[in-house]
Design a protein around this ligand. Structure first.
Ligand SMILES: Cc1cc2nc3c(=O)[nH]c(=O)nc-3n(C[C@H](O)[C@H](O)[C@H](O)COP(=O)(O)OP(=O)(O)OC[C@H]3O[C@@H](n4cnc5c(N)ncnc54)[C@H](O)[C@@H]3O)c2cc1C
Length: 389
């Protein structure tokens, strides 16, 4: 069910004089009415620089749906941009609703749901597409492995276990971010303004050399600080952690965050974590560890002292009928730890091993070498893949 009304209006207009000197993809605009419905404030979004645009504007969900013909759309665009004479051509309009809904079960029998269908939220935080793509990454390799007979069907149940918590997290975060624009409107003093003039006077007051002006500046600064949770929330975007039978715990827990976990992503290789990005390579070419673990295979990372793990990989892969590749990181090898970041982040000894799933999630790790690397690796893969035979 919709909880707030929004509209998209696409148009062409030359507003270079307003944005040419401060190029951006998104411009947030505080205008009379921009706290009603919508996504927290008025939004002007660049489609093509600098004459093709999309605006997002809100309407009161408790009122009948507005009829947005071209004349009404032109008026809304001119009001939002603040130029009553602006020459514009409307190219499209549509109404849509904000939601705060997430699914707790993503599979029923042979049917799997992904994307916006399982996490419905406003575009705040820009989490929609990337989370939807992550759903697909999570599901695709599991479906492929089961269909090819490389995994037991129980593997498919880990899709809900791993992705439903992410759906909940982003739906709640995006809605909270939208609502937190309210702090800015309160700080500016526009919530109680009864007319456009009063609203403008309230906004102007932030410039005054008075105690109220000072108080307002402090409140605006605090409200803007909150917006970091929308625009700089790297922990929300990248700090996902999975718990399921497709991940083998090693008895360790995730390191306690040293900074705000919503704002800061702290890489880790505790099984269930995304593989950390590190630049490796040689004097001529650099690679991200993320690109060395492609979606078509399992990838085992080790160091020079862990060569026995790498040597075991071809036989294990052949015996299980599964694509598995090894990456050895160290000087003199194809992938040198260029900035010593891998040693800092790998979380295991040089002779240890990290097993990474096709969706770039650490499935299992061994802190050190093993007496029987092939046996240990086979047992890990069989467990991750729910293979009982
Ligand atoms: C204004 C706005 C700004 C956004 N900004 C960002 C952003 O900055 N970053 C970001 O990551 N995300 C953003 N998003 C969110 C992003 O667009 C969505 O999360 C993403 O498109 C969801 O992908 P999806 O494949 O799950 O669904 P959709 O893209 O909606 O695809 C579903 C498809 O299914 C089709 N369909 C529906 N019913 C049927 C049927 N019965 N039979 C056949 N086909 C059907 C639809 O036509 C559609 O093509 C934004 C969204 C909006 C509205």
């Amino acid at each position: 069910m919709d909880i707030a009304g929004s509209m998209n209006i696409t148009f062409t207009a030359d507003i270079d004089h307003l944005v040419g000197h401060r190029p951006s993809v998104l411009y947030w605009v505080v205008q009379p009415g921009s706290n009603v419905g919508g996504i927290g404030a008025g939004l002007i979004r660049m489609v093509r620089p600098w004459n093709e645009w999309l605006i997002v504007w809100g309407y009161d969900i408790n009122e009948p749906e507005p009829v947005i013909d071209h004349a009404a759309a032109e008026q809304i665009v001119r009001n939002l941009i603040g130029d009553p004479a602006l020459d514009i051509t409307i190219t499209g309009t549509s109404l849509w609703g904000n939601n705060e809904m997430y699914a707790t079960r993503l599979q029923k029998g042979r049917v799997f749901a992904a994307g916006d269908a399982i996490h419905r939220h406003p575009p705040s935080n820009g989490l929609g597409s990337n989370t939807s793509i992550q759903d697909a990454y999570n599901l695709a390799w599991k479906l492929a492995a089961v269909i090819r007979g490389q995994a037991g069907p129980e593997l498919l149940e880990t899709y809900t276990a791993e992705r439903a918590p992410v759906a909940k997290q982003i739906v709640l975060r995006a809605n909270k971010s939208g609502r937190e624009f309210g702090e800015l409107f309160t700080a500016l003093g526009v919530m109680d303004a009864r007319s456009e003039e009063e609203m403008r006077a309230q906004i102007e007051e932030r410039k005054a050399q008075t105690p109220r002006g000072e108080e307002k500046r402090r409140a605006i600064s605090a409200a803007m600080e909150l917006k970091n949770y929308e625009f700089n929330a790297h922990g929300v975007e990248m700090g996902q952690f999975y718990t399921s039978t497709a991940v083998i715990p090693d008895g360790t827990t995730r390191p306690a965050p040293t900074r705000d976990p919503e704002l800061y992503y702290e890489p880790s290789t505790v099984p269930g974590s995304p593989l950390p990005h590190v630049w490796v390579g040689d004097a001529r070419q650099t690679f991200s560890t993320l690109d060395l673990a492609p979606s078509s295979q399992f990838t085992l990372f080790t160091g020079i002292a862990g060569q026995a793990w790498a040597d075991a990989v071809p036989d294990v892969a052949a015996a299980l009928g599964l694509p598995v590749a090894a990456v050895v990181i160290g000087p003199g090898r194809r992938y040198t730890d260029l900035y010593f970041d891998w040693e800092r982040l790998r979380g295991v000894d040089e002779d240890g091993a990290l097993l990474v799933r096709p969706d770039k999630i650490v499935a299992w790790r061994s802190m050190t070498g093993a007496d029987d690397p092939a046996g240990a690796l086979t047992a890990a893969l069989r467990s991750v893949l729910s293979r009982t035979t």
